[in-house]
Design a protein around this ligand. Structure first.
Ligand SMILES: Cc1cc2nc3c(=O)[nH]c(=O)nc-3n(C[C@H](O)[C@H](O)[C@H](O)COP(=O)(O)OP(=O)(O)OC[C@H]3O[C@@H](n4cnc5c(N)ncnc54)[C@H](O)[C@@H]3O)c2cc1C
Length: 593
């Protein structure tokens, strides 16, 4: 099935939910103009629809292949990558000093939104390269930056992130990969990493790995981890490709989805020499450097969810218009398209609303990221807090919604959804990992409660609550009856968010950490519903104010508020009262004291 980039919805998210014009006016958008933004997004749509989307099914069916120590990507991917890099898509948000275009993260959201819908397995490699560029730019020496960044930025080479080891997944403090210093200032790495996305491939002739490892005298745990740049191929003095480094791919995983994206076991120092690398950032502060990369990647994983959900929705919508079954109650005659049955209508509108909700949170987070780089120190710090607060929500809420949307797409297809030939099952399989990698969604919820709520002594979440209140006032002030009960429901949701936040902060202050952790996942959902419901409704109200009122947008915001946001009331009860029943059940059922 062909893919149509949802340009209108993307423009809404860019300009009414987030504030692209405001970013341009504030000087945080580089050389971008409003027209240029449209041109870039339009070109991304063309590339996504014509080049990447047709390769999505081949990628799934053929998958990446491993043989004789090397990885081959699916047919057509090499050519597509060459055109992708030549068109400048690898350099969009990279710093201009290294050949990048210096465009804002918010615009990149729109582009990634389209590319992820087109072909998530293809785009996931270059998403990681963008993150690596920012980490090297922020923490690398000028020598490292000058040598490696221009060729990653141009797309000539790709980059990876190497954290996970067999015994160290979520708990990175347990990692064992070693880095031994050499007199010339370089290091030799020994160890095994698993699940490394695009750890090896045939798209480029070099791959730059960012690897977490321990120095010989490093403290135990996460305080003893450093970050290293380790290339697949070393460079000669003139910058040309030299010897192959002692880093090899030991195999690739056979996965539920994302078959075109090679997920590699990487062996460092298996030949005995040790893989040559250079430290990026300070000794034992590697996690901090890697977190810069991961936080960016977390928002883009949220967007992977949005993109794949969009594709699944379009597939389901087309099918529901064509497939004829049954008749409306009390009517005789021919069978009607299933889209005419209220239960299918609900599935479809639910999907559309959840996509808008996930998209809104991701774009709002990206806007905060751009704005955190300009203005006074105080302004920068307030925006940085917003980024920190929204990142786990953008990642987990959007990818949880993506699972719901892709599973609904299978359901709309009935039995045909369960058959691979229709293609809709691929979205469901592909989307499954978004809730797992870059820190599982459970870990995002824990991050939100344990680290983000206490930010600025609770100031970050208080300021965000004030922002939501202003947005709800905007919806109420529109006096548009088409909003139904939206403003009241959003007010109640904000109250639920405020009260559960107070409750959780109280538990943290009182040292009742397990009680707080027990409510983390329902709290993140509550946060996501309150925030996204407000963002899409306020965006629709702003659109109305500007004279470009779109009744469909108001109807969708109302639907989401009246059918989903209201769930914050029951989530509030779970967050505030659910721990006791959970622990009681644990004692009886899991036999955990
Ligand atoms: C397709 C794919 C691509 C990947 N790409 C990369 C990559 O490029 N680079 C890389 O370094 N890694 C990558 N990963 C690894 C990924 O980030 C990890 O799988 C993920 O972080 C979870 O770690 P784990 O699999 O070891 O699960 P575990 O850590 O074993 O977790 C198992 C379960 O326990 C929960 N859990 C664990 N600890 C806690 C805790 N303290 N409190 C509450 N719950 C907890 C988790 O939420 C999870 O549900 C990839 C994984 C996949 C599947």
């Amino acid at each position: 099935m062909g893919f149509r980039a949802p340009l209108d919805d993307i423009s809404f998210a860019l300009r009414r939910v987030a504030d692209l014009e405001g970013e341009i006016a504030a000087g945080v958008a580089g050389e971008l103009t409003d027209d240029l933004a449209d041109a870039i997004v339009g070109e991304a749509a063309r590339f996504g629809e014509e080049v990447l989307a047709p390769l999505n099914v081949t990628g799934d069916k053929t998958g990446a292949k491993f043989s004789d120590g090397t990885v081959t990507t699916p047919p057509g991917w090499k050519e597509a990558y060459r055109d992708f890099a030549a068109a400048g898509w690898t350099s969009l948000v990279a710093p201009t000093e290294y050949g990048g275009q210096g465009l804002p993260f918010l615009l990149n959201m729109a582009v990634q939104d389209i590319f992820n819908a087109s072909n998530p397995a293809f785009i996931t490699g270059s998403m990681l390269s963008i993150g690596a560029v920012h980490a090297i730019d922020e923490y690398g020496t000028s020598e490292l930056k000058e040598l490696w960044l221009p060729r990653i930025v141009s797309g000539e080479w790709t980059a990876t992130m190497n954290l996970t080891e067999p015994h160290a997944g979520t708990d990175l403090g347990a990692m064992r990969t070693k880095a031994e210093p050499r007199p010339d200032g370089s290091y030799r790495l020994f160890g095994q990493k698993i699940f490394i996305t695009y750890g090896d491939h045939d798209l480029t002739d070099n791959i730059v790995h960012l690897v977490l490892a321990r120095l010989p005298d490093a403290p135990q745990g996460s305080q003893g981890i450093s970050m290293f740049l380790v290339p697949k191929r070393l460079l000669n003095d003139d910058g040309s490709l030299g010897a192959t480094n002692d880093v090899v791919c030991g195999g690739i995983e056979h996965k539920l989805g994302l078959h075109g994206s090679p997920t590699c076991t990487m062996l460092y120092g298996s030949k005995g020499e040790g893989a040559v690398g250079w430290m990026v950032g300070e000794p034992n502060r590697g996690l901090q450097a890697m977190f810069l990369m991961m936080n960016r990647a977390r928002v883009t994983v949220g967007l992977q969810g949005v993109g794949v959900a969009e594709r699944a929705y379009q597939h389901a919508l087309d099918y529901a218009r064509e497939r004829k079954q049954g008749r409306p109650i009390g009517k005789k005659g021919d069978m009607v398209p299933i889209i005419e049955h209220p239960d299918i209508e609900r599935h479809l509108i639910d999907m559309k609303a959840k996509i808008a909700a996930g998209r809104a949170v991701c774009y709002a987070c990206a806007e905060a990221e751009d704005r955190s780089r300009a203005g006074t120190d105080e302004e920068k710090s307030v925006w940085s807090e917003r980024v920190a607060l929204l990142t786990p929500v953008a990642k987990a809420f959007s990818t949880d919604l993506a699972l719901e949307v892709t599973q609904a797409a299978v359901q709309v297809h009935g039995g045909a959804g369960y058959i691979e030939e229709t293609g809709v099952a691929q979205y469901y399989r592909d989307a499954r990992v978004f809730a797992i990698y870059e820190g599982t969604n459970g870990i995002q919820a824990i991050d939100l409660v344990m680290r983000k709520l206490p930010l600025a002594q609770g100031g970050a979440i208080t300021r965000f609550g004030q922002f939501l209140r202003e947005q709800i006032d905007l919806v109420a002030a529109s006096n548009d009856p088409a909003f139904g009960h939206t403003a009241e429901i959003l007010k109640a949701a904000l109250e639920d968010l405020t009260e559960t936040t107070k409750h959780l902060l109280g538990l943290l202050i009182g040292g009742k950490y397990n009680d707080a952790l027990a409510g983390a996942t329902p709290y993140l959902r509550l946060f996501g519903l309150a925030a996204s419901g407000t963002l899409i409704a306020a965006g629709a109200a702003r659109e109305g104010r500007s004279g470009a009122s779109n009744p469909a947008r108001v109807a969708l915001a109302r639907y989401f508020a009246e059918n989903h946001v209201g769930q914050t009331a029951s989530l509030r009860t779970i967050v505030t009262d659910g721990a006791a029943s959970l622990f009681a059940a644990n004692e009886r059922i899991l036999a955990k004291g």
